[in-house]
Write a protein of this length. Structure first.
Length: 254
């Protein structure tokens, strides 16, 4: 099955509420999966959608070990799937949902081509915001990493708080403490360097990987760079994540 056929199968199955088609299980390499994902993205664009950003996957050594790879694959974020802080998400649409506190960077200057360094990325970033990734466990136990990449790494949307702009030149992202609360009660806390890669390294890897597929990290794009923690969510819950020195993001589910 070629990329076009695989993209069409995932597209049609997803529109029917079905995921991880049996015909593709164990059939894709990571490189093929990324091309299939871009094919599916093209179908969204063809239906009038607009891409607003990217995500970087596998941005911790622990997660990469679990998957047996050093890759940091990309996923795409569509504009219609971005919500403001304080939004209420309907769980009848967001089934098997989870949230992950993440930083959301806004690119101020297009980064195109290979050889992009973390230092160059930091110069090009215009702003940073506290955010949640809305992550949907569509796999439901199917262990097939390339197929998960083709399925856009379970990306459902993001909730973004107020942006800090310009990016503070001396801010220590490695020491950033993120506290996750449900209904005001602390559920988890994490410090950047203990759980996640350097954000600008991840962004540079993203820019260079995108170049391999004829894509760029365009000005205005928003990019999430990996999870500080992850929790499943249910109707009736209210969550907030405080990013010390950056801000707080909130979301509710009904």
């Amino acid at each position: 099955m070629n990329v076009e056929q695989a993209g069409e199968l995932i597209w049609n199955e997803a529109r029917a509420g079905r995921w991880f088609p049996e015909a593709l299980r164990g059939q894709l390499t990571l490189a093929e999966a990324l091309r299939v994902q871009l094919n599916v993205r093209g179908r969204k664009l063809g239906q009038g959608g607009r891409q607003a950003g990217w995500k970087v996957g596998l941005t911790s050594e622990r997660v990469r070990r679990r998957h047996g790879t050093e890759a940091r694959p990309f996923g795409h974020i569509m504009a219609q799937d971005i919500y403001p802080s304080g939004a209420t998400i309907p769980t009848q649409r967001f089934t098997h949902g989870a949230i992950e506190p993440e930083l959301c960077f806004t690119i101020g200057e297009t980064l195109q081509g290979e050889g992009i360094t973390p230092e160059r990325v930091r110069e090009a970033v215009a702003a940073v915001a506290p955010a949640f990734e809305l992550n949907q466990n569509r796999a439901q136990g199917v262990a097939d990493f390339p197929l998960s990449v083709a399925d856009n790494l379970s990306q459902w949307g993001i909730v973004a708080g107020a942006a800090l702009q310009p990016l503070p030149a001396d801010f220590d992202f490695d020491a950033l403490r993120v506290t996750l609360r449900r209904g005001g009660e602390e559920v988890a806390t994490a410090v950047g360097a203990e759980v996640i890669d350097d954000h600008f390294l991840s962004l540079s890897i993203l820019a260079n990987t995108l170049a391999e597929y004829g894509e760029s990290l365009a000005a205005g794009m928003r990019v999430i760079t990996g999870s500080f923690s992850k929790v499943d969510v249910r109707a009736g819950e209210r969550w907030e994540a405080e990013f010390a020195g950056i801000g707080t993001v909130r979301v509710a589910f009904d």
